[in-house]
Write a protein that binds this ligand. Structure first.
Ligand SMILES: [Zn+2]
Length: 319
């Protein structure tokens, strides 16, 4: 009864054809087990419950097909796409078997600079604080704070502090700081968090889509246009070599319009031959949306019903 009511209101809010709307969900990591440091992070059980809820309520399509059909005015009612950013190994090892079992297609946006043993700066910080053995991280020599680390709350606060200090630094400055912070912390960067090239190939061979996400995941708005173009093109070419297939979809690193990328990057993505791009602005796409800045939204609710209701509510958002 509840499913019927949800579907009915879903069809009213997201009808087929010319007035169709497209919900694009965004994921990053899918952990094997819940994480006590980040209890809200999606784990396998929660991901499966969310996918079951999505499959019950939506027609899940590959993003490239959904974009084509949205443009063409022939999208089914209640259409949705599943996307993953960055290229975490757990996407292949944990999420992919669930997607296959439920026959749900998905698109994986991969920053190829971290394939085969690399690690992104945010994970480097999180894993460092998780594995640290000292009760206080004194970073005053770097002009930063002294970070106490004796409780989970303090560890979370230390991670948030370090992320905010390093996020908008240049890649070179960030690397320099990270090496010094790791030296003080007495830790080494964690390995095996990201996919291997072969795993990207496995996803593609199984019918999943691979999209571009730059080589090194820079904030595009904080580097010059020549570097942006090189980051986007080299990533596209490497992923095309791995999959032996054109890469036509792109996700902006971090993805916040005007903050992480701007109109010049949007024009660049179109010029470089992509068909569509996604941001991290929450919302829903319409036929006349900007196909090079499609919004994405994933509810955070633990209960599948609340998760579904929030997805329905997202369909009320204006263009
Ligand atoms: Zn990303």
């Amino acid at each position: 009864m509840l499913d019927f009511a949800l579907k009915t209101s879903g069809t009213l809010l997201s009808p087929p054809g010319e007035r169709a709307k497209l919900s694009i969900l965004i994921y990053h990591r899918v952990l094997r087990q819940p994480d006590e440091l980040f209890p809200l992070e999606v784990d396998a059980a929660r991901f499966e419950a969310q996918m079951l809820a999505v499959r019950k309520l939506f027609h899940v399509l590959p993003l490239s097909e959904a974009v084509f059909r949205l443009k063409d005015g022939c999208l089914p009612a209640r259409s949705a796409c599943i996307t993953f950013d960055d290229g975490y190994a757990d996407n292949v090892e944990v999420a992919f078997p669930i997607l296959q079992r439920l026959q749900i297609p998905a698109t994986f946006f991969v920053a190829d600079g971290f394939l085969d043993g690399g690690i992104m700066f945010n994970d480097r910080i999180m894993e460092m604080i998780r594995n640290i053995r000292i009760p206080l991280l004194d970073l005053t020599s770097l002009g930063m704070d002294r970070l106490p680390l004796t409780s989970l709350e303090q560890k979370r606060a230390a991670i948030a502090y370090l992320l905010s200090r390093l996020k908008y630094a240049s890649l070179e400055k960030r690397e320099e700081w990270l090496i010094e912070i790791e030296r003080i912390a007495g830790t080494v960067p964690a390995a095996h968090l990201m996919m291997r090239s072969q795993q990207v190939r496995e996803l593609f061979d199984a019918g999943m889509e691979i999209g571009g996400h730059t080589v090194n995941h820079p904030i595009l708005a904080s580097i010059d246009m020549a570097s942006s173009e090189s980051e986007i093109l080299r990533n596209k070419e490497r992923l095309e070599k791995i999959t032996n297939h054109p890469v036509k979809l792109f996700a902006y690193p971090n993805g916040k319009p005007q903050t992480d990328y701007n109109a010049e990057h949007v024009a660049l993505i179109e010029k470089l031959g992509f068909d569509a791009a996604v941001s991290t602005r929450p919302g829903v796409s319409y036929r006349h949306s900007d196909y090079f800045q499609l919004p994405r939204f994933t509810p955070w609710d633990l209960s599948p019903t609340r998760f579904s209701l929030r997805l329905l509510n997202n369909l009320r958002k204006p263009c």
